[in-house]
Design a protein around this ligand. Structure first.
Ligand code: AFP
Length: 291
């Protein structure tokens, strides 16, 4: 057993234990902005701040978690002695992904990457990745040791409900972010083809939209935009962990040119175009963008 496995167990169990408190804190924080911006310049809701505080306190207290980074914090926090590696890990988290969906009472999630290297770390350094989906039920989907398991989280406890999760072979759904006039021409042409083949599913929270792709097959993208060549999503907190999960489920990921796992981070909060889903659709996307 690799030396980090028991601390990864602790991290995943702690995320599951905290998830009901994150969810329970949502009703009282509806429509409440925290009055600050996150390091990416976006408005932070009180629910984002609350989720970040809960995860920081719980994950930072785990022996062996020596770095904690969050989409809501400027810098990596040292939470233990030593560097990641030799059984110590770093945790990167998007505490409440899709928090603007709180106003319309739609899906939200938490995304977690566990690395045995200092942050920012490339996706290849992740030893586990997970997302919690706060839907009609709370589920947690975990990629670890090359395979994906989905759990129901009830009362803070994880119960496996599907092991060795694989993307279905016959893709059904797609969801693309960004405004259509802001899409580069090559992506626009690709999207026009995809929409004749698949059904649109887009809810505005990456975790919810990616979970549709994992459940039904297809492709999710938040592409490069004319106004934002690196798109909207963050490599460390969104792109890399989701890519690890989708690739472990037999799919593919891309920044438009290569796997998101291969993208070397230069900054903690850097953005990246994200395309994840069935390999055939991701390959076609790369070919379309290369033309
Ligand atoms: P918020 O956390 O600000 O709601 O953003 C969610 C998100 O980062 C990601 O979860 C979605 O895929 C994407 O942004 C949705 O962005 P659009 O609102 O531009 O569709």
């Amino acid at each position: 057993m690799a030396p980090h496995e028991s601390v990864v167990d602790d991290v995943l169990e702690t995320v599951a234990a905290v998830a009901p408190d994150v969810r329970g804190g949502l009703p009282g924080r509806r429509l409440t902005e925290a009055g600050v911006e996150n390091p990416s310049g976006e408005t932070v809701t009180a629910a984002d701040v609350h989720a970040d505080e809960l995860f920081f306190e719980a994950l930072g207290a785990i022996d062996g978690v020596v770095e904690y980074a969050s989409e809501e914090r400027e810098a990596v926090a040292d939470t233990g002695d030593g560097e990641p590696g030799d059984g110590r890990v770093a945790v990167a988290i998007d505490p409440l992904d899709g928090s603007s969906n709180l106003a319309s009472n739609n899906a939200m999630g938490t995304i977690v990457g566990v690395a045995d290297d200092s942050l920012p770390a490339a996706g290849t350094e992740l030893v586990a990745a997970a997302y919690v989906l706060y839907g009609p039920i709370t589920t947690m989907t975990v990629a670890r040791r090359g395979s994906v398991t989905t759990y129901v989280v009830d009362g803070g406890e994880m119960t496996a409900v599907e092991e060795d999760v694989q993307l279905p072979d016959e893709p059904v759904v797609y969801g693309f972010g960004g405004r259509v006039p802001d899409w580069p021409d090559a992506f626009h042409d690709y999207a026009r083809e995809v929409e004749t083949e698949l059904k649109l599913r887009y809810g505005g929270a990456m975790v919810g939209d990616v979970n549709q792709v994992l459940s039904y097959g297809g492709i999710f993208a938040y592409p490069a935009l004319e106004s934002a060549p690196n798109g909207k999503l963050r490599l460390q907190f969104e792109g890399a962990p989701i890519a690890k999960i989708i690739e472990a489920a037999g799919g593919a990921s891309s920044n438009g040119e290569q796997s998101l796992l291969a993208v070397e981070p230069t900054e903690l909060h850097q953005r990246v175009p994200v395309h994840v889903g069935n390999t055939g659709y991701v390959d076609r996307l790369e070919a379309a963008l290369a033309d």
